[in-house]
Design a protein around this ligand. Structure first.
Ligand code: 5RP
Length: 227
């Protein structure tokens, strides 16, 4: 049985093989995406040419340190391929993302990509989304109103995310509300409902966005599931 780090390394290595010379590559946030970024940096050292669009400040700093060439979303017309992790993946390849708090940029980068490929270990595959609390990014002004709104609309617990005893603040100065749905029956509808609430910037449901997911198992197997 492989340890989690080795499974993440395996899917990261698999994903780097999808990167062709000259591509513009979206680079995701999180522990699995970090394995990919490091694996990509190795290929770049061996001569692969590519330009990367980071999905968070954390990833931007890491990629710079590793010597990857970076660009921004404003400076590209389209991204060739985006590689990112996920918190949950359902059989239709709908996702919950945002465990690392980078969902806004991650969604924008995924939406601008010709191919959006998710890398994850098999524990992220679920029959139905919702066990993982859904991150909802909100503006700090009046965030309690939004929390109450979501709580009363869905009768669920909604918690303001904190980190090291302080409120967690995203790269864009927003807060995150983690909404414990338990199970989500209609992710598409919920995604729209949440984004319609005044004060909500974006939520962590990624519907009909992933082209494929690369799943790593603890026996060393890797399975690519295409949409
Ligand atoms: C960050 C994300 C991550 O991709 C997600 O949380 C998965 O992270 P990890 O690979 O560490 O399990 O959405 O906002």
């Amino acid at each position: 049985m492989l340890p989690a780090a080795e499974i993440k390394q395996n899917v990261a290595d698999y994903a780097t093989q999808l990167i062709q010379p000259g591509m513009t590559v979206g680079i995701g946030t999180g522990t699995t995406a970090t394995f990919f970024i490091k694996a990509l940096a190795l290929r770049v050292k061996q001569g692969l040419r590519c330009v990367c669009v980071p999905t968070s400040t954390e990833v931007k700093l890491l990629a710079e340190k590793l010597g990857l060439t970076l660009t921004t979303l404003n400076d590209v017309s389209k991204i060739d391929i985006d590689i990112d992790g996920a918190d949950e993946i359902d059989p239709q390849l709908c996702l919950i993302k945002g465990g690392g708090g980078a969902l806004l940029q991650e969604k924008m980068v995924a939406a601008a990509s010709k191919q959006f490929i998710v890398i994850a270990d098999s524990s992220k595959m679920v029959k139905q989304l919702g066990s993982f609390a859904l991150p909802v990014e909100v503006i700090p002004f009046g965030w309690k109103q939004v929390q109450q709104h979501i709580t009363s609309l869905f009768n669920i617990s909604v918690i303001l995310r904190s980190k090291n005893d302080s409120v967690f603040v995203t790269d864009h100065g927003h807060y995150i509300l983690d909404a414990s749905f338990g199970h989500i029956n209609h992710p598409d509808q919920l995604c729209k409902e949440l984004n319609n609430i005044p004060g909500v910037v974006e939520n962590g449901l990624f519907i009909e966005m992933a082209n494929s997911v690369i799943i790593g198992f603890d026996d060393g197997r890797i399975k690519e599931i295409k949409k």
